[in-house]
Design a binder for this molecule. Structure first.
Ligand code: ATP
Ligand code: MG
Length: 450
């Protein structure tokens, strides 16, 4: 392994071996290490049965939620390590899960049930990598290849179709040709997979190195799990602002975004409402008035159907809602305050990608966009006033100066904030207090008149 394997992991392998069992590192960690990517966790596969694993680690903290599937999680030096008994899957009849799993002491049996050759590498500290299915060669050639017949493997568990696309995106690999045919053939079986598993893979795909290329190569598979995007395919945009149809424009924009989950989802859906709002001038010029609202509805429906988190759904919906809003130097502070810096900069990423995916004369505006982002960063670095907490005056000071605690106090603070972020007033304690007191006087006069 290129990256040092943590001591507790080596210790666990050693202890299993000393008790007379085989044990190897397996799956993602061996693959990632081979590809030069630091592994994010370490899984061990072993010939020991679950009760034997529990015996060997009886002095340690263990988690047994996965025991029925052969997995015991052992916590060594606060590092959780998944140790799984070699398994042979029984027949699959529902396209999702094996009818039963049986434990085995044969490593090859365990490895041949795994999905792709690159995911069936194992490693032992004494003997190095063992590679029964040519996983290293496929990694070198950057190919995702099924173990065994692709049609059979995708029929067993259709989620593997999305896993193939996910790895294609994260590693910039290509799916081997017969596997692509089988994926297309079996894609409808994805509809039987739980939405949670689908969403997990889609999110990993989305934040990978090249989701746009994967979607462009495999649109039909994408539309099986994201059907609300399908109308965008070949939806023409005839106007001086656009060089591409909606789908091509969307993918170009997506390819220009940083790997941020909300930014990527928002960019994928930002124009999804266009096919539903298109109108034509007599000369054929297209318009998509109000498409933003439809796009918000479509992305919200999609995120909810996938049971994505409420916070992700909300962020993505807001980004889609505001993707066409004009933000310039004159209203910059207002927008920063309205969205908060985090959401604001995400929106800037969506707008930048969207801009660059327009016709060249529109894309040229990217320079002023970048200048605006720089200005926003400067405003924040200089402690610009964006929220009530940044205001040079607070409720306590107002109360000390004659205000009652109550709704009018809050209204006044918001009124002052509004004036400051719109540039009508300096964020200065004295002048804010003067404005507040003036407002209080006016209020008193009004109350007297009534
Ligand atoms: P990562 O953890 O980086 O997302 P991974 O390949 O480790 O990728 P896991 O879901 O952690 O993915 O699975 C661990 C291993 O289990 C895989 O490397 C593969 O060998 C096997 N595996 C996982 N899911 C499947 C599946 N649906 N079908 C067959 N084998 C699978
Ligand atoms: Mg893993």
């Amino acid at each position: 392994m290129r990256f040092p394997v943590p001591e507790p992991v080596l210790g666990a392998i050693g202890r299993l071996n000393s008790a007379g069992h085989e044990a190897y590192l397996v799956g993602g960690c061996v693959r990632d290490d081979y590809l030069g990517i630091p592994p994010h966790d370490y899984d061990i596969c072993t010939s020991a049965y679950p009760d034997e694993i529990l015996n060997i680690f009886s002095q340690e903290k263990t988690l047994t939620v996965g025991k029925a599937h052969g997995t015991i999680t052992v916590i060594l030096n606060s590092l959780p390590i998944e140790i799984t008994t070699y398994r042979a899957d029984g027949p699959y009849r529902d396209g999702r899960h094996p009818d039963y799993v049986s434990f085995t002491n044969n490593l090859a049996e365990d490895l041949k049930r795994r999905d792709f050759t690159m995911n069936a590498l194992v490693w032992h500290p004494k003997t190095g990598i063992k590679d029964l299915f040519g996983g290293r060669e496929d990694c070198d050639k950057q190919i995702i290849r099924c173990i065994g017949s692709p049609a059979k493997r995708f029929t067993e568990d259709a989620l593997r179709i999305l896993r193939a696309l996910r790895f294609a995106s994260t590693f910039s690999f290509t799916v081997e040709k017969t596997a692509v045919f089988a994926m297309l053939d079996k894609k409808d079986m994805l509809k039987n997979i739980s939405v949670e598993r689908v969403a997990l893979e889609l999110n990993k795909l989305m934040t990978g190195a090249r989701p746009a290329e994967v979607f462009s190569q495999h649109p039909r598979i994408l539309f099986t799990v994201l059907p609300l995007l399908e109308p965008s395919y070949h939806c023409a945009q005839r106007s001086v602002f656009h060089s591409y149809d909606v789908w091509e424009h969307t993918l170009r924009a997506l390819s220009l975004t940083p790997p941020d989950l909300a930014v990527r989802w928002a960019t994928l859906f930002h124009d999804s409402g266009k096919p539903h709002t298109v109108t034509y001038d007599p000369d054929g010029t297209t318009h998509f008035r109000g498409h933003q609202t439809v796009s918000v509805r479509l992305v919200r429906e999609t995120m909810q159907a996938l049971k994505q988190s409420n916070s992700l759904t909300k962020t993505v919906s807001l980004l889609v809602a505001h993707h066409d809003d004009r933000i310039g130097p004159d209203n910059l502070q207002v927008w920063l305050s309205k969205l908060g810096p985090d959401l604001f900069f995400k929106l800037m990423h969506v707008q930048r990608a969207d801009l660059l995916a327009h016709a060249p004369h529109v894309a040229k505006r990217v320079d002023s966009h970048d200048a605006l982002v720089k200005k926003a960063e400067e405003l924040i670095a200089n402690g610009a006033c964006l929220s009530l907490g940044d205001l040079a005056i607070d409720g306590k000071t107002l109360i000390e100066n004659g205000f009652d605690s109550g709704p009018f106090l809050g209204e006044t603070l918001n009124f002052l904030l509004e004036r400051v972020i719109n540039g009508f007033e300096q964020n200065d304690r004295q002048s804010l207090l003067a404005s507040a007191l003036k407002r209080l006087e006016e209020r008193k006069k009004q109350l007297k008149l009534q």
